[in-house]
Design a protein around this ligand. Sequence first.
Ligand SMILES: *[C@@H]1O[C@H](CO)[C@@H](O)[C@H](O)[C@H]1NC(C)=O
Ligand SMILES: *[C@@H]1O[C@H](CO)[C@@H](O)[C@H](O)[C@H]1NC(C)=O
Ligand SMILES: *[C@@H]1O[C@H](CO)[C@@H](O)[C@H](O)[C@H]1NC(C)=O
Ligand SMILES: *[C@@H]1O[C@H](CO)[C@@H](O)[C@H](O)[C@H]1NC(C)=O
Ligand SMILES: *[C@@H]1O[C@H](CO)[C@@H](O)[C@H](O)[C@H]1NC(C)=O
Length: 944
Amino acid sequence: MRMLHLPESYAGKSGQMMNHFMILAVLLPLRTCYTSYSQQESDVFPVTYLNVSKDLGLQRLLVEWDVVKSAHDAELAMSFEIQVCRIDEATIVRTEFHNVTLDKLGKPLHWTWDSDIPLECMSHAVRIRGKAEASKIWSNWSLWETVPGLDTSNRSGPQIFPKKEFLAEGSDITFCCIGGKGQAIKKFFVSPTVDVFKRTNNQVRLLTVENLSHDKGSTIHFYCYDEDGRLHQAAFFVGKPPDTPKDFSCHTQDMRRVTCTWREGETYLYGRNAPQYTLSKTSSPKMALCKASCSSEQCSCSWDIGQQRIWNVTVTVENPLGKKNATDVFDVNHRMYPTAPFQVWEDCTDTEITLHWNYENNEIELFCQTEVVQPDGKVELHNSSVAHSKRVTVRGLQPYTAYTARVRCAAATHFWRWSEWSQALTTRTKEGIPSGKLDIWREITPVLGGRNVTLFWKQTPSFQANGKIISYEVTWEKIEDGSTPESISFSAVYNSTRILIDNHSYRISIMAKNNVHFSLPSVLIISRATDNSTEELKEGQVNGTDDGIFISWEPRSIYDSYIIDWCNFPRLQPCDLQWKRFGPNISSAVISSAAFVPGVRYKFCIYGSVANRTSLLEKKIGYLRELPPHVDPIVRKVDLTYNSVTLSWDSYLTNESETGFVRGYHVYMSPIQGNCNLKGSKKYILSDESELCKYTIENPEEKRYTVKHLMPNTKYKIAVKAFTGGGETPIVYFRYIDTPYNSNILYFVFLVVILPTLVAAICHWKMKWVKESCCPVIPSPNESKVLSFKEFKIDSEKVLKINDCLPDVLAVDSDAEAQKLHPVTWSSLSSTPSEDKTDDHNSSWIYPSENVVRDFPPTPTPQTHTCFENFAYSSPLEAESDPHHIPETLEAGKTNQAVMLYQPQCYLDIFHEDAASATREIAERKNSLRYISQTDVHCPGERF
Ligand SMILES: *[C@@H]1O[C@H](CO)[C@@H](O)[C@H](O)[C@H]1NC(C)=O
Ligand SMILES: *[C@@H]1O[C@H](CO)[C@@H](O)[C@H](O)[C@H]1NC(C)=O
Ligand SMILES: *[C@@H]1O[C@H](CO)[C@@H](O)[C@H](O)[C@H]1NC(C)=O
Ligand SMILES: *[C@@H]1O[C@H](CO)[C@@H](O)[C@H](O)[C@H]1NC(C)=O
Ligand SMILES: *[C@@H]1O[C@H](CO)[C@@H](O)[C@H](O)[C@H]1NC(C)=O
């Protein structure tokens, strides 16, 4: 085992620990540091000399050593193993093999090592061993050669290292703070706070910053306090070393002076630390050719070149963190960059522009290019045909159109780059003859003795005014007799006119005129007025789309074009007539206009045109979008029964002011209380969440609707709405109705309770009469009121009859009417409009006959009537008054006719004097009242 030979300074410390095996184990790594050689062999070449020094500026250890002279003499190839040890941390931080072939000069060997922590912070030690490359046996290690750090110095107060001003962005740097002699560091920190690694022993503290960034500020500060509170602080700039100058290139504009330009990169260092540029011949970097100046990253530098044509120049940039350079080698003749042409002027015709210009340095041959920008933004380039030419002609342009042109030039012989553009020049070409035709249209209104023709014209894309339109010329002439044409001229602000023509056919032409000439005429032929011209075409409905109103028509092969016209404002006068032309192969179009609004009905006429003659083909109406109708249908009549209601409304006007095409009606219905649940209806929820029954009538012609299955004696609300393709408006108004009691029930009550009582009473009363008053003295018929009654006179014979049948019920919903007929108006079962007030006996004379009563059949026929008839005064029954009853009555009594003929007569005067007028009145009222027939109810007589 080899002995540990510790250097003196460490021997005492280590000696104390010798006994402790554990400590020894910790120190074992040091074995490698401090073993010494003890053997010397003939084939080994030990290090004879070792010197270690430091370069603090570069933070570099410089190692110098040598071996025995014999090795040099043998020109031996040797390997050396070099170890660097950081004493404070007791670690070997570097082991390197260094192979070298020795020479006879015997010069010492060198090796350098850059430290990652400042060399001031700690002591470093180096040792070396060597061997012949061919050999396997290493020499012994040299002794450790130590470079002391400042931690061992006698200073007082803390101190921060490295002693630098600038730090390169992106680097990893370790800083240390060393306390004065025997003084511990209490605090060592950085501001602004960055991520750091801390390492420490008592006297030295280390902070490592990784990937240094200028983001937190271009300077960072370190503060270090020792235990006595003494402070050392250090500030560092964070920046970047300069970039190689970009796009470095040199040019001349006049062959006398060269300018070099380049772009600079960001370094984050400013002021005196900003990059410094030096431009020099590459061969003599110290001699600057000119002084560089930079603004917004663009730098330049110029100098006079004299007679020298070939140049080899370098620009060097330097800042505290680094130095870079870029080189350009060039022949000045190939670096011609002319100045922009100037004094550009032009002369032009309607289709050509000739540009003229000038430039400096007329001795240099230049070649130029012209750029012409069309009004639509299209760019054309025109090269001048020959060098040295100072003008160019651009042809094929549009008349009366503004063009923008500019010129640039370059060296003709050694093209290098174009000059800057000259100032742009905008020119308008001269006017030319208008090309294309105006688009024209007309509206014909018949007037007395002829027609008013309103003519319209507009410029379409195919029409080129080629100048400023100064007037429109309208000419019209009768076709048949070739009379002299009439003509008017309008200033350019007009786009329509109205002329009056008679009923002959006319040829109308319109031309536009600019300062140069007229355009070709647009022609329109108006045919002779015919009587059947007013023949009505049915208006088809068309639909709106998102883009406009879609119209299609039936194509007809004879036409060479189609025209659709319409009014932008159909409710105004003039209505702003518009038209659009379509080719012969088109049969549908979407008509759009900024003027179209929803809810307005637009009318479109489709014309076919052949050889300038047009004929109306189809008419269409439509909406951009239909809206709900403005008004609800007006319900005029409500017919009510106990379980149904029939609504009738006014025919709904489907006219032009309508906001949509009415498609039908909705009837909404609901009882006041509770939800609606009627058969055949749909549920409809209002915004207040109440439920309605909804019935849809999909026929705009319908004007009546019956809602069935209602409940009797219930209050309902009801609304009728019209709907269009745009829907309907919300319901704001309801009508309320009350269904009456179910009269079947009333009737039943009547049958079961009232009628039997009545009959019983009458029977009782009649019995008395029969007993007491039968066969009274017959009064003189001439004195009888009854027999003087007009209606019962049949020729000279008098008939008395009583229709004692059950009356119908007449329900009255008007109080006034009801009072007149109070309380119940009875009429006979027949439809005879006579009325009998049973409770009014004032003027009734009743003479019942015992026989008659006795002889009546015991079981009444279904229509039983108790009739008293004085046969003494009646002929055998031609009585016309009631075609229904009388025959039956007769049948009932026929068998007894003979007997009855000679029976004592009974009279019943049931009519008072104004009965006749009352009868008429009732008859009239029956028309105005709601008369509820009870024909489905049998005569109550059958129940007895
Ligand atoms: C130096 O020599 C040793 C042998 O002595 C060899 O292993 C090593 O690869 C050599 N290194 C270099 C860089 O040539
Ligand atoms: C420019 O000059 C340098 C130094 O004089 C020289 O090394 C280099 O080759 C030259 N470059 C050219 C392209 O002539
Ligand atoms: C330019 O930089 C290179 C290395 O970057 C260096 O070798 C050369 O000497 C520099 N040239 C000048 C003229 O400074
Ligand atoms: C016809 O045109 C004349 C003017 O040209 C005008 O006064 C008249 O009101 C027009 N008649 C109709 C029905 O438009
Ligand atoms: C005619 O001119 C008026 C006013 O400038 C304009 O509102 C109208 O749309 C024009 N009519 C046509 C068909 O161009």
